[in-house]
Design a protein around this ligand. Structure first.
Ligand code: NAD
Length: 509
């Protein structure tokens, strides 16, 4: 049974009717925003952005401080809306609220410092001038988001774009629209000016329309397949796109790992948010020497987890389409010789989308479960001879989002992490936690994405950079100004030889 149904209305508009993934009860419906309405929203945003960009960082931070207060006052309402959209466990609903508050506070506090003008004395060639670098807002940013963190993935880039002086138009996933809709309401309650944050409910057609509605940047979070389409559309218009895409993150358990920590960390990394995390642990490579003990611990840990919505450890899948895809991957693996040590099927006797946490062994890279993104509660574990083989296997993937290394030796862990072709990694830590650590930035290598969100690099991606060169002192008639003279060319030849042909010249420059 599908969680959403698309109805064609008499006036050619579309209505999407949604069911809860917990029990398939009706939870609401919305009308898909049309391309004309998307265009009108972008025009409105452009007008509103002018006054917003004129505010100081301090003034924008004051708006965000009010938003943060509204977030705090509305915690239960936000959690209930996320739960309605997704059926998540309580802990995972509160995790989204914490992530939202942390990002709002962090960028309100630090964006002004990160984006302030810098002034540099250039190298000797331009030594008599001053260079000023300034960050300006892009204008209007389109933010397109997925269904796995329906609140956090909308608000976290939004607050960064706002602090940088942009207006945003957000298009949440059609699978979990109500969390995005609530963001619009909370922004209103915080008194953020009309037109600065608009949320448009819709499906892929709305997202596609947003990419071509005259925005100045698209911040896209979603699948590789859609990300490539969005990237092409933006490239054609020469507008920038940040693409935060899928992953197939490896965990490497070394021979010297603290196995208790590794078992708990790997289980949590794979099953947090029911595995519906871009940086979820989706492939586990365990060195032969500790394989049997690790598997024994992992099976015990996974079997001890309580599966339900609300007060539980692991909840349901959010979208039936993804669940069906995972079942195909599990069948492909078992058909090719994989063995199921836990789970492997839907929870019996209930209507919701509950796939039992599943451990698979005897897996290899001929199986979809080891090559394609799963995005669900499955832990395929592969025995490897040593750490070198684990790194080779880990890098044998078109994805490169994050990963983790479990070892008693943090120094060696760091060296191993550096050998992974990924945008992030954890050492004795779930690599996905890099997302919440705003001193860093989050982004993917290979097919996992282009560009970064969060941190200074992510914040600056919402800006245009301008460099201004200011004349300070020096000859009135600079060497390359008209009229060109024979003598100047001769002087330049001497300058060239001195500057680039002598040790002192090279040192000076
Ligand atoms: P998706 O690509 O199907 O949809 C994402 C969003 O794009 C939705 O809002 C959808 O309506 C919209 N969309 C669809 N077609 C479009 C088009 N042609 N133009 C513009 N927008 C369009 O992805 P999904 O299934 O919602 O999300 C799951 C994926 O998101 C997974 O692959 C997951 O790994 C990835 N993800 C990545 C990150 C990250 O930070 N790297 C975070 C969360 C999720």
């Amino acid at each position: 049974m599908a969680i959403f149904e698309v109805l064609e209305n008499a006036d050619a508009s579309k209505t999407i009717r949604l069911k809860s993934p917990v029990d398939m009860s009706a939870i609401g419906e919305f009308t898909v925003t049309t391309p004309e309405q998307v265009k009108a929203a972008v025009v409105k945003a452009k007008k509103a952005q002018i006054a917003w960009a004129a505010l100081s960082y301090q003034q924008r931070a004051e708006h965000l401080a009010r938003l943060q207060k509204v977030l705090l006052d509305s915690t239960d309402e936000i959690m209930a809306t996320i739960a309605k959209d997704s059926g998540k466990a309580d802990m995972e609903c509160i995790a989204e609220v914490i992530g939202a508050c942390d990002a709002t506070q962090y960028y309100a506090k630090h964006a002004g410092k990160m984006l302030k003008d810098t002034s540099k004395r250039p190298h000797l060639f331009f030594g008599m001038k001053k260079l000023v670098r300034t960050y300006k807002p892009k204008g209007v940013v389109g933010i397109i988001t997925p269904w796995n963190f329906p609140f956090a993935t909308t608000i976290v880039p939004t607050v960064q774009a706002l602090m940088a002086g942009n207006a945003v138009v957000v298009k949440p996933s059609e699978v979990t629209p109500f969390s995005g809709q609530l963001l619009a309401e909370l922004v209103k309650r915080a008194g953020i000016p009309d037109g600065i944050v608009q949320v448009l409910l819709g499906d892929g057609s709305t997202g596609a329309a947003l990419c071509e509605a005259g925005v100045d940047k698209i911040h896209f979070t979603g699948s590789v397949r859609t990300g490539k389409i969005v990237g092409e559309v933006c490239a054609r218009q020469l507008i920038s796109a940040t693409l935060e895409l899928g992953g197939k993150d490896p965990a490497i358990v070394c021979a010297d790992a603290d196995l208790d920590r590794a078992v708990k960390g790997v289980a949590n990394g794979a099953l947090f948010n029911t595995g519906q995390v871009c940086a979820s642990t989706e492939r586990i490579y365990v060195v032969e020497a500790v394989y049997d003990e690790f598997i024994k611990g992992l099976v015990a840990e996974v079997k001890s987890l309580r599966q339900n919505s609300g007060d539980a450890d692991v909840s349901c899948m959010i979208w039936d389409k993804q669940l069906t895809m995972i079942e195909t991957q599990i069948k492909d693996a078992t058909d090719k010789g994989a063995q199921v040590l836990a789970g492997g099927q839907r929870q019996q006797g209930r209507d919701g989308l509950f796939l039992e946490p599943t451990i698979l062994v005897n897996v290899d890279h001929t199986m979809l479960i080891m090559t394609d993104e799963t995005f669900g509660p499955v832990l395929p574990v592969m025995k490897v001879a040593n750490e070198e083989e684990a790194i080779l296997m880990a890098n044998d993937s078109p994805y490169g989002l994050s990963g983790s290394v479990w070892t008693a030796d943090n120094k060696r862990g760091l060296q191993m992490a550096k050998q992974l072709d990924s945008g992030g990694c954890g050492v004795n830590e779930f690599g996905g936690n890099v997302y919440g650590c705003h001193e860093g930035s989050f982004g993917g290598s290979k097919e996992s994405g282009l560009g970064y969100v969060n941190g200074e690099i992510g914040l600056k991606s919402f800006c245009k950079v301008q460099h201004i060169l200011i004349h300070k002192f020096g000859p009135k008639n600079e060497g390359n100004w008209f009229p060109y003279e024979v003598k100047t060319v001769e002087d330049m030849k001497k300058f060239l030889k001195f500057m680039f042909g002598t040790a002192i010249g090279r040192w000076l420059s």
